[in-house]
Design a protein around this ligand. Structure first.
Ligand SMILES: *Cc1c(COP(=O)(O)O)cnc(C)c1O
Length: 396
């Protein structure tokens, strides 16, 4: 699953290049940096890997989403449709531009249910933000069709799915923009970092400026840059970009390991008739960071997850998780913030104090995800698969 599991000499070499020059800033200092431009190099590597013309690195996946939303012109009064199962960063980024998150059910893909999305559209809807959870994709054809029909923006939160594809195209490059995270537990890591990718040059230029105080980066030096609009400091550092550069070169290897291990797990669990698997809109494009499956009932899923953990296996039972599923987001439901929301936003959020999500609950309460480690050999994966089958059978 996370790139930090295969970390070593390559990362040290890249970081050392930067330590040698002492220039940790991604812009400027053209002389002293002696030709070392790790952030630029990583942006080019991402663009070429994903076959997308423009990549803007940021300090995190959260700031990548925030930057993309701002560059797309999303702000106060705009509604952004997002799923009930994601990571809290999805709504944080929406709040940070002053927009309103509208939470919508997931289906057995563990991502946005297109029918629920369509039902949630109002005259204020501006963006549909699918989250490609646990390494695999939302139903992008269906969501794109909805966006086209209603003239909405498609912004992909692909933070968990770097390297996944949908019908041959890289996840994150299908909508108007896509966001990735390279935090410590993601498929490839910069320790902390993120990226916005897009086919739209104008959008890219806005992301480039917004993530660096509005600098247009056209001056002979930083002091001579113009500021056509306001921005923030969401820059990545050269040290972080250097780590990512070593990691992206290993992506294909990571994906190959994950796919092999996932198949071993899936084939083993397929021998248990009570188990069904997460539906993947394009199974071939799965980056295979997790295997997601369902048991017939909540009690069985909870017991199976506990039995797996007792057997020394990793099992995520998202239904009880505090930061991935709405059920335990009390701070969100109560709008607990350190500062006041705009009046309209506070009103729009009132609904979450009482709103229930029985459709999402029925899916998430039966779901277990087991992470795929890069550190396991095939033999180890097989032993784990056997243990998993035994643990689950013991509770059925
Ligand atoms: C990790 C993650 C983010 C945010 O990324 P950070 O780099 O940790 O800020 C956003 N969305 C999802 C779905 C994530 O998993």
């Amino acid at each position: 699953m996370p790139g930090f599991e295969l970390f070593g000499a390559e990362e040290k070499k890249e970081v050392n290049d930067v330590l040698e020059t002492g220039i940790y800033m991604r812009y400027g200092f053209d002389g002293p940096r002696k030709g070392i431009w790790k952030a630029k190099e990583l942006e080019q590597a991402i663009s070429s890997k994903l076959n997308v013309p423009y990549t803007q690195l940021t300090s995190s996946g959260t700031t990548a989403l925030t930057t993309a939303l701002a560059a797309l012109g999303v702000g106060a009064g705009d509604e952004v449709i997002m799923p009930t199962f994601t990571f809290v960063a999805s709504f944080e980024s929406i709040f940070s531009v002053g927009a309103t998150p509208v939470l919508v059910d997931v289906d057995d893909t563990l991502t946005l249910d297109p029918r629920a999305v369509e039902a949630a559209i109002t005259p204020r809807t501006k963006v549909i933000m699918p989250v490609h959870m646990c390494g695999a994709m939302a139903d992008l054809d269906a969501l794109k069709a909805i966006c086209d029909k209603h003239s909405l923006i498609l912004l992909e939160d692909a933070c968990q799915s770097f390297g996944a594809t949908y019908k041959g195209q890289a996840i994150g490059t299908i909508g108007h923009a896509g966001a990735f995270s390279f935090d410590f537990v993601k498929t490839i890591t910069c320790a902390e970092g993120g990226a916005v990718v897009t086919h739209d040059k104008d959008l890219y230029i806005k992301c480039d400026g917004y993530s660096d105080h509005g600098h247009d980066h056209l001056g002979v030096d930083r002091g001579a840059d113009q500021h056509p609009f306001m921005g923030y400091n969401f820059r990545i550092s050269e040290l972080h970009a250097a780590v990512g550069l070593a990691q992206i070169r290993k992506l294909d290897k990571f994906l190959a390991i994950q796919r092999t291990t996932k198949k071993i797990f899936k084939d083993a669990l397929a021998t248990i008739p009570a188990i069904s698997f997460r539906r993947l809109p394009d199974a071939e494009g799965d980056s295979a960071t997790f295997l997601g499956f369902f048991l017939p009932e909540e009690g069985q899923a909870r017991a199976a997850a506990a039995a797996m953990k007792a057997a020394g296996l990793a099992a995520f039972y998202w239904y009880d998780n505090n930061w991935h599923y709405i059920r335990n987001w009390d701070h969100f439901k109560q709008s607990t913030s350190l500062n006041r929301f705009a009046p309209g936003l506070a009103q729009a959020l009132e609904v979450y104090k009482i709103k229930q999500f029985p459709v999402s609950d029925a899916i998430m309460s039966r779901c277990i995800s087991t992470p795929i480690s890069l550190a396991w050999s095939e033999q180890e994966a097989k032993e784990r698969a056997d243990k998993m089958v035994q643990a689950i059978k013991s509770v059925l």
